[in-house]
Design a protein around this ligand. Sequence first.
Ligand SMILES: NC(=O)c1ccc[n+]([C@@H]2O[C@H](COP(=O)([O-])OP(=O)(O)OC[C@H]3O[C@@H](n4cnc5c(N)ncnc54)[C@H](O)[C@@H]3O)[C@@H](O)[C@H]2O)c1
Length: 318
Amino acid sequence: MKENIQQIHVLITGGAGYIGSALVPMLIEKNFKVTVYDLFNYGSESLIACSLSENLTLIKGDIRDEEKLKEALKYADIVVHLAAIVGYPACSKDPELAMSTNVLGTKLLAKNMRKDQKLIFSSTGSCYGAIPDGFCSEDTPLSPLSLYGQTKVEGEKIVQEANGISLRLATIFGISQRLRLDLLINHLTYKALTEKHFEVYEPHFRRTFLHIRDVARAFVFTIENYEKMQGQVFNVGSDSLNFTKLDICHLIKNALPDCVITPTDSGTDADKRDYQVSYAKIRNLGFKPTVTVQDGIKELMSFLPYLSDQFIKQTTNV
Ligand SMILES: NC(=O)c1ccc[n+]([C@@H]2O[C@H](COP(=O)([O-])OP(=O)(O)OC[C@H]3O[C@@H](n4cnc5c(N)ncnc54)[C@H](O)[C@@H]3O)[C@@H](O)[C@H]2O)c1
């Protein structure tokens, strides 16, 4: 297997971000050639662990810069498209930037790819919005509640027209070299460690989660099963990782008994997502997540208390 994939060249847009910094080392370990095309909004520190590898190239470029993008695409066999303005707060803060990066950027990418190049798009469960009953499957009509979700729905359409693959990821948790503390489990665990007491709004909202290492594994799985998955959309996560926000609070409390978490219906969560997702489609192809929320919380607890203030400052997307 290693020999077959030795010369495969993966271009990762936004590859220095939270997901990219977990995925790049995994691909290098598997002998892929990797080029990261990124604006490095959070620096390139996240990829320092791979700095000795001859198989890694960094290009500073904007996904909306067509000429530079064309140049970067030349030698790619596969494109993993991660570059985006990520999350509803960051998109609401600058809607124009969000639209141009997430929609126009994806259009330019698809337009400039050759027919023989493969495209994998990082989409999100935010495309579903609030679905009151049952489990969302890939066929559930999309009703995004935020500009972020809308831009990702548009991105999916572009990718499907280009016969690529869209992975609708659950909300990620866990540590990566470019850490995000604005994600629900990471955020609540950080609050539990630092504030000891806090309130949780709309505790009955249902959400679905996936560990960062399993996200990286899902991209590798998609590269390795591309022909079977081509032209389709897949929910990526695990049925066993569908929880309410209150469930997550209980798991954090179990790990940190001295923190006090008060669920309350008196405030509102600006992130209105409330849905459960079925992961049968990707599971039936053989993809199975490996990390539980309990293990993710343990991992967060062992790292978060010792992060420098400077690092913490860079851990949200707004
Ligand atoms: N983290 C999650 O829970 C999650 C869940 C579902 C989907 N996603 C999707 O996965 C992708 C990556 O998310 P992440 O959590 O790693 O985000 P991130 O913000 O950590 O990384 C995004 C990267 O894109 C780069 N970037 C931003 N604008 C750019 C531009 N115009 N040109 C080139 N590069 C640019 C940034 O510098 C950054 O390195 C996004 O498309 C996001 O929508 C993330």
